[in-house]
Design a protein around this ligand. Structure first.
Ligand SMILES: Cc1cc2nc3c(=O)[nH]c(=O)nc-3n(C[C@H](O)[C@H](O)[C@H](O)COP(=O)(O)OP(=O)(O)OC[C@H]3O[C@@H](n4cnc5c(N)ncnc54)[C@H](O)[C@@H]3O)c2cc1C
Length: 446
């Protein structure tokens, strides 16, 4: 355990302290840092960074604690927990400009914006943190209508490795702002983020469940419906773990966010009733804030997540997905396109704007399953990954050089490395899909 002295006013927890285990527990994996600190704002964050640099401690940053990356015990790590930076403040009601603390959860944000009939498209789960989800990109229930969470971001306040508080926007520190939008927390500690919220109140939301004896055909027909769907409709096709002998099922989740004046949400959803043998439907009208779900990781298991962004959800991809399916895997295929696709690929550090869908594969194995056993169980995933044009860091539970290359095309990686050199040349923020300041500059290719 580290004996470092942190600034006196900052709340901190060490192993053995009351609340330490809960504070360091993550969705996929629990961390065991030597010290967890809870700064209340930029000054305290800067003081913690200065102290960590002085004592040569490794730094990690936590907002909602849902990082998919392994997080082993490290007595020389200080974890900056942003739980105390969780405000949600309307800065300008006319522009719908909202400042959100990184440590807020998306459930809290949705609840705070609900009375205004506003929302920010950002994930499907209440407990996910604003900081981590946004910095990776943020795929939400209105992704086809409003784009990624980062596409609705207009500014951020960031404490960089040297303790400076910088504002990042299109006009101030624009390269920092670019790197924040998809670069995954590589360039500083984000204190809060300014979003333009979108009008949303009541949505049509729910599920259609099918027999899935032929998942390849079902995926193809779902893809065809989504190709001609209006942007207001976002959808996910989920394949739960399949036990041999049981009736195979698939569930399509839909969210139609047309607002109170939407002409025909049900007309947009209706074609989905004809893509397979429907076993049941449950679609109704509810507030956007009510559709975010609570997710609790099951006890006694290890969850491992991978994803692939595919430019065309063709039969070869669908067959690879079907090949990954087993009693210990779950797959969610999320429709993209629409507003997501209209953002130029170099406008943000999330470059894969030509992806038609994101395939998320979850492996569920007993806790204690070793790394090599996990790799063995992931062999069937390789066929899906090989057909992907890229990955999304927020659903990628490994961070090899290959993963980085899949997340960031060469030009993006080069530009991120340049931002890293400018804002974190010593690589203080390395507990992530790490962009090294020393990365060569492959972006010179023309
Ligand atoms: C149940 C569940 C549902 C999910 N649903 C969605 C979804 O619908 N859409 C989607 O896009 N993603 C989704 N995700 C993935 C999610 O975006 C990532 O897990 C993300 O990392 C979560 O952010 P967090 O703040 O909760 O996690 P954290 O573990 O707190 O943060 C993840 C990483 O981000 C960095 N980071 C976090 N905050 C900051 C900060 N303020 N400054 C600098 N760096 C920071 C750190 O490197 C940290 O390790 C889901 C994940 C889970 C487990």
């Amino acid at each position: 355990m580290t004996t470092t002295m942190m600034p006196r006013a900052v709340e901190l927890l060490r192993p053995g302290d009351d609340g330490y285990d809960g504070a360091t527990r993550g969705f996929y994996t629990s961390a065991r840092p030597g010290l967890l600190v809870r700064p209340r704002g930029p000054d305290e964050i800067a003081a913690v960074l200065a102290r960590a640099a002085h004592d040569d401690l490794r730094v990690s940053v936590r907002s909602g604690g849902h990082s998919p990356l392994e997080h082993g015990p490290d007595p020389r790590e200080v974890m900056i927990d942003l739980t105390r930076c969780d405000g949600v403040e309307v800065l300008d009601p006319v522009r719908r400009l909202v400042r959100v603390g990184s440590g807020a959860t998306w459930g809290r944000v949705a609840a705070a914006l609900d009375p205004f009939d506003w929302g920010i498209s950002a994930g499907d789960t209440n407990s996910v943190g604003v900081g981590g989800l946004t910095l990776g990109g943020g795929v939400g229930w209105m992704v086809r209508r409003d784009g990624l969470a980062i596409d609705n971001l207009v500014g951020a306040r960031v404490v960089t490795a040297d303790g400076r508080l910088l504002t990042a926007s299109e006009h101030e520190n624009p390269e920092l702002f670019w790197a924040l939008r998809g670069g995954g927390g590589n360039v500083g500690v984000v204190v809060d983020l300014d979003f333009v919220a979108r009008p949303v109140g009541t949505v049509r939301f729910g599920t259609v469940t099918y027999r899935a004896d032929d998942p390849v055909a079902l995926l193809g027909r779902w893809r065809d419906v989504m190709r001609s769907a209006p942007d207001e409709l976002s959808s996910t096709l989920a394949l739960p773990p399949h036990t041999p002998g049981a009736t195979p099922t698939a569930t399509v989740l839909v969210c139609h966010a047309g607002g109170p004046d939407a002409a025909t949400p049900d007309a947009a959803i209706e074609p989905l009733f004809r893509i397979g043998t429907v076993l049941g439907t449950d679609i109704g009208s509810c507030r956007y804030a009510a559709i975010l779900e609570d997710a609790v990781p099951p006890a006694g298991v290890r969850l491992v997540v991978r994803n692939a962004l595919v430019t065309s959800l063709d039969d070869a991809v669908a067959a690879a997905i079907a090949g990954f399916r087993s009693g210990r895997t779950a797959v969610a295929v999320r429709s993209l396109g629409g507003a997501f696709a209209r953002v130029p690929s170099d406008a943000t550090a999330f470059a894969h704007r030509d992806a038609e869908a994101m395939v998320v594969g979850l492996l569920i194995v007993p806790s204690g399953t070793t790394g090599p056993e996990v790799e063995g169980a992931l062999v069937p995933w390789r066929a899906v990954a090989d057909r992907g044009a890229g990955t999304y860091v927020n659903f990628q539970g490994s961070a090899t050089a290959e993963d980085l290359a899949a997340a960031y095309p060469p030009r993006t990686l080069a530009r991120l490395a340049a931002a890293k050199r400018a804002y974190d040349p010593g690589n203080r923020f390395a507990h992530n899909h790490n962009i090294r300041p020393t990365h060569d500059d492959p972006g010179v290719r023309t």
